[in-house]
Design a protein around this ligand. Structure first.
Ligand code: AMP
Ligand code: ZN
Ligand code: FE
Ligand code: FE
Length: 272
């Protein structure tokens, strides 16, 4: 067991609070974790406070969703200064644009005869960012779909009738933003990106690590990205992309981890 460096809480689209995640991590014997909510740092203060109380190693992180041409690429940041003014103001702009998008998606669904309420979607978002998983949940509650997955496949996934794209960062901006707060950048789940020239292009932008161990990576993927990391002399990380048990897909907490000695190197590198 090492550190699980890829976890989402209720502050983005996960099902568990940071406190519940830390309790669970202690129960299963993880050595530490990073909270990497999508496009938000709002959960880190409470998570840090609780981690201190439980004496559990917690790394401040984030996962920024970026776009490179037609591809979606996710960039992880670790050991970030989550109180950095530049970071906070950029993230609040993103939050605002997500809210406007949720309004549009709900009204689109309404016009298709799906009677869900924006109010309820926002309640489901609890902490902070409104996302498609919250819209999916409210559709499930009302019996329009049986699962979150079905909602994506039929209505809100890319290319489906109620899909509306949202504002995304350019990878170069996301990398700069994370580094400007003292953070380390890691390319999330390259196996989902597949395209190796895009992966190389992203790494050439100065990304300092690669998420080699990931639940949806095949053995070949894992080997390929491990070799790439060794070749480029960048950090080899791993994480589960845990979203809590109810949210379908991705992994179980602690199913993919980062080795303790890599964490030690990252701490040295980040100077934290
Ligand atoms: P959003 O950020 O609002 O565009 O929503 C993206 C999130 O939806 C992702 O981070 C996943 O957690 C979730 N998601 C995307 N595709 C699917 C899918 N096919 N089934 C279930 N969840 C999905
Ligand atoms: Zn997510
Ligand atoms: Fe991701
Ligand atoms: Fe993720």
């Amino acid at each position: 067991m090492g550190y699980d460096l890829h976890i989402h809480s209720t502050f983005s689209d996960g099902m568990l609070s940071p406190q519940q995640i830390i309790d669970e991590a202690l129960r299963i014997g993880l050595h530490g974790l990073a909270l990497t909510d999508h496009d938000t740092v709002s959960g880190i203060d409470v998570a840090m406070e609780y981690a201190k109380y439980r004496n559990f190693p917690l790394i401040a992180g984030i996962e920024l969703n970026t776009e490179i041409g037609p591809f979606e690429s996710h960039i992880l940041g670790y050991f970030i200064d989550w109180h950095n003014d530049g970071l906070i103001s950029r993230l609040s702009e993103l939050k605002e644009s997500r809210e406007q998008r949720a309004v549009k998606m709900v009204s689109k669904l309404n016009s298709m005869g799906i009677d869900i309420k924006l109010q309820r979607v926002k309640e489901l978002a609890k902490g902070d960012l409104v996302g498609r998983p919250h819209i999916a949940q409210s559709m499930m509650e009302k019996g329009y779909v049986f699962s979150v997955k079905e909602a994506f496949e039929k209505y809100i996934g890319q290319g489906r009738p109620a899909y509306i794209p949202r504002y995304k960062f350019q990878p170069s901006e996301a990398i700069e933003l994370i580094k400007s707060t003292g953070g380390i950048t890691v390319l999330a789940h390259p196996g989902l990106l597949k395209n190796s020239s895009v992966i190389n292009e992203l790494l050439d932008m100065g990304i300092e690590g690669i998420e080699v161990n990931y639940p949806e990576h095949s053995l070949e993927d894992t080997e390929r990205y491990l070799n790439l990391a060794i070749h480029r002399r960048i950090f080899v990380t791993g994480g589960s992309d845990y979203h809590g048990s109810l949210n379908d897909g991705r992994g179980k907490l602690g199913c993919c981890v980062t080795k303790d000695d890599v964490i030690d190197e990252m701490i040295l590198y980040a100077g934290r």
